[in-house]
Design a protein around this ligand. Structure first.
Ligand SMILES: [Zn+2]
Length: 198
């Protein structure tokens, strides 16, 4: 008698449930966690995401303009994937996730524009660096409808580099009740406050 392959059935079920049910909007973490999970279980999604990213990237204008070839020459492959192709780093892996300096400034990894001050950062537990506010004018917001969710994408106002997303009303005890969820790869850190020096 042939036994049914239960482990395979179970694995299939979990792969299906991850990609289906995790996509439902949920408080706090869903948006940030969705993309890495989706990439593991749904191989077609990165391709679709790249298509959407391209269409969004080309119809915006920023003071600093470079071609993809120029960006590729300047950035690491991972920086290019995230900053220019709107990728997302894996949660809890970024070098600034648990970084908590008392002073200094986080700058754009693409163009060095100051983005966030150290005292904007707070501990969210979401797996990515979190800021409750940005340096005025440094960050531009766009509606991002990829993955069937209305999210607010944030990019560097100077070069258009993708930073992450901003979420509001999650209940964090911060002055703005906003969470700028930013990829570590999109930033550099300077211990001295570089605002105004760029
Ligand atoms: Zn920039």
């Amino acid at each position: 008698m042939r036994l049914p392959s239960i482990p395979n059935l179970v694995r299939t079920f979990y792969a299906f449930s991850n990609s289906t049910f995790r996509a439902a909007p949920a408080p706090l973490r869903s948006a940030g966690l969705l993309r890495p999970i989706a990439q593991k279980s749904m191989p077609t999604i990165p391709f679709l995401g790249a298509l959407f990213g391209t269409s969004q990237r080309n119809d915006m204008s920023y003071p600093l303009k470079k071609s993809d070839d120029e960006w590729q020459a300047q950035l690491s492959p991972e920086q290019f994937r995230i900053l220019r192709e709107k990728g997302t780093e894996a949660p809890f892996t970024g070098k600034y996730d648990k970084h908590a300096p008392s002073s200094g400034v986080y700058t754009c990894a693409g163009c060095s524009a100051p983005l966030y001050k150290a005292n904007h950062k707070f501990k969210s537990g979401c797996g990515w660096p979190a800021f409750f506010d940005a340096i005025p004018g440094a960050v531009t917001r766009h509606t991002d409808n990829t993955f069937g969710m209305a999210r607010t994408e944030i990019v560097c106002s100077n070069c258009g580099g993708h930073l992450g997303h901003v979420f509001k009303g999650e209940g964090y005890p911060t002055p703005t009740d906003e969470r700028h969820c930013v990829n570590s790869v999109s930033m550099n850190f300077a211990a001295e406050d570089g605002e105004g020096k760029q």
